[in-house]
Ligand binder design. Structure first.
Ligand code: AHG
Ligand code: MN
Ligand code: MN
Length: 328
């Protein structure tokens, strides 16, 4: 028997049809998938073309820009423009809002290439995105949306060909690229309830810079779980989605050099934290910030707002959230 492999586009077509939705989201997602494939191609051929090094610029976050950061940004914007479905985009690589098409229907928040420290080693990196819909009736209500207002959020783990997409109220789905470069095998993700497969993921070398209460929680809990850390959110979160447990990037408040403290956290809310929090919710998990507030409830005040992040299995995240809220 020849086995049918359902492609991502076929899956999405059925989804849109079942929920009586328009084809606009399909057009946008086709562009996003093409951008990701294109970025993956550049990454896989990057060493040959000399694209795995620094670009010589510093970005809006004050970080060194890699050549691949620029390539991924350019590719994504070109595809977003061609889709004609996006009004504004917000990217880690651009200080201001990127106007795309005044008649566009969606806001697109993205990090075209996350986990840059893995680039020189050819190790997995991520492409993260969140999508919200503009107000179609009446005046535009702006693109600073909380994660709970996203309609979808997803990530590609490049160059492994893993693609995960959370759809509002319709679950988180994983696809894998096959040799024809199609994303196939839709698999619905549900965080396992059983603690026996759970993993903890955080930058262990930062541990003594966390608040005392977070350090204490780690000390009391770490030996119960396996520890994994790749240093690229998409890959680390991918494992948590499959195995359960928690990824965390706590606030840095006890750094020996106080200038290196990051009381707001390191990760960006709109295109990193809220993206994984959205996929996590659709897979039965949850996410909070340093105050124990749900990440998806945070109303951003600016595009590049940072957040501390605790994301993963409900029981585990709620346990640390009690400590963060000082109620545990
Ligand atoms: P960037 O956006 O600068 O590439 O940062 C990567 C993020 C995220 O992917 C990862 O989880 C985290 O930063 C790693 O940071 P550390 O190197 O501090 O552990
Ligand atoms: Mn990033
Ligand atoms: Mn980036």
């Amino acid at each position: 028997m020849i086995q049918l492999e359902q492609t991502f586009m076929n899956f999405l077509l059925h989804h849109q049809e079942k929920h009586n939705r328009t084809y606009h989201f399909l057009v946008l997602m086709d562009a996003v998938v093409s951008a990701a494939k294109h970025i993956q191609h550049y990454y896989l051929t990057g060493a040959l073309r000399g694209n795995l090094g620094l670009a010589g610029d510093v970005n809006v976050q004050g970080e060194d820009v890699m050549r691949m950061d620029q390539i991924a940004q350019e590719i994504t914007i070109q595809y977003l423009k061609a889709s004609e479905r996006v009004i504004h985009a917000v990217s880690e690589e651009s200080e201001g809002i990127i106007p795309i098409n005044p008649d566009g229907r969606y806001f697109f928040y993205f990090d075209p290439l996350d986990g840059s420290s893995n680039i020189p080693h050819g190790l997995p990196i991520g492409f993260l995105f969140g999508i919200a819909k503009r107000n179609l009736e009446g005046p535009e209500d702006g693109h600073l949306r909380a994660g709970k207002d996203y309609i979808a959020a997803g990530m590609f783990v490049i160059p492994t060909g893993m693609f995960t997409l959370g759809l509002r109220g319709a679950g988180t789905w994983q696809f894998h690229i096959d040799e024809t470069m199609n994303f196939v095998k839709p698999t619905r993700m549900n965080l396992p309830d059983e603690a026996k497969t759970w993993e903890l993921s955080f930058n262990e070398s930062n541990r003594y810079t966390y608040s005392e209460r977070v350090q204490k929680w780690i000390m009391e809990n770490e030996s119960k779980y396996a520890f994994r850390y790749l240093g690229a959110l998409a890959g680390d979160f991918h494992r948590v989605l499959a195995n359960g447990g928690m990824f965390m990037y706590p606030a840095i408040v006890n750094h020996p050099n106080p200038k290196k403290n990051r009381p707001e956290g390191k990760l960006r809310l709109m295109y990193e934290g809220a993206v994984v929090a959205f996929m996590c919710r659709e897979a039965g998990g949850t996410a909070v910030n340093e105050e124990g507030t749900p990440i998806l409830d945070i109303q951003p005040a600016k595009h590049h707002q940072r957040t501390a992040l605790y994301v993963g299995s409900k029981k585990l995240v709620e346990d640390i959230a009690r400590v963060l809220r000082n109620t545990g």
